[in-house]
Write a protein that binds this ligand. Structure first.
Ligand code: 5GP
Length: 184
């Protein structure tokens, strides 16, 4: 049976298995770069909710990892509003910790640029960024993304935490969304 069951959800870009493999790869690279330091994974809600949880569990058990979340709003529907607003901040003390920002997707880079500034002021020992999906050709600012799972095509993507108007986050795969068909 086809897993595509929702209006507007088009081609599957990455299956659940491919996502799991990419997340393992990201965890391996993180563990290699930060083998014995205290890490704080800071997941950006809500899109990186699943990625943060899966990434944390894919790290080798000897990695001293803590979890925190923050929430930003920067997107209205399928188009970037261009302005990033902090809706919920982290609760852990990040001073002296190796902080990894965990984002669902980096598009213009504005959100990541804002978060690097915001979290950088907490005096972490280091600050890195990890995203499942990257649209490098869409950048409007020059921002560093150390770890990316997949380069993705210029399409609106949903699933595995990514939404359109709060829908589709629960899909276990990543798919293109035809916004007009989803509203039809
Ligand atoms: P940026 O600030 O890099 O332009 O955008 C980052 C945020 O925009 C992401 O965290 C995500 O919430 C949203 N975004 C960018 N591209 C897409 C996409 O293709 N699909 C979905 N669902 N959200 C996106």
């Amino acid at each position: 049976m086809s897993p595509v069951t929702r209006a507007g959800v088009g081609a599957i870009l990455f299956t659940a298995d491919e996502i799991a493999e990419a997340v393992s790869g990201l965890a391996e690279r993180l563990a290699r770069d930060l083998p014995s330091e205290p890490i704080v994974l800071v997941g950006v809600l809500k899109g990186a909710l699943f990625l943060t949880a899966d990434l944390a569990r894919a790290l080798p058990p000897q990695v001293d990892a803590r979890l925190d979340y923050l929430a930003v709003s920067s997107y209205a529907g399928a188009r970037s509003a261009g302005e990033v607003r902090l809706v919920q901040d982290v609760s852990l003390d990040l001073a002296g910790k190796h902080v990894v920002i965990v984002e669902d997707i980096v598009d213009t880079g504005l959100t990541l640029q804002y978060l690097r500034g915001h979290l950088g002021r907490r005096k972490p020992a280091s600050l890195r960024a990890c995203a499942l999906l990257d649209k490098p050709y869409r950048r409007s600012v020059d921002v560093t993304l150390e770890y990316a799972g997949f380069a993705c095509p210029d399409a609106f993507i949903v699933g595995y935490g990514l939404d359109y108007q709060e829908l589709y986050r629960n899909l276990p795969y990543l798919a293109k969304l035809d916004v007009r068909a989803s509203e039809g």
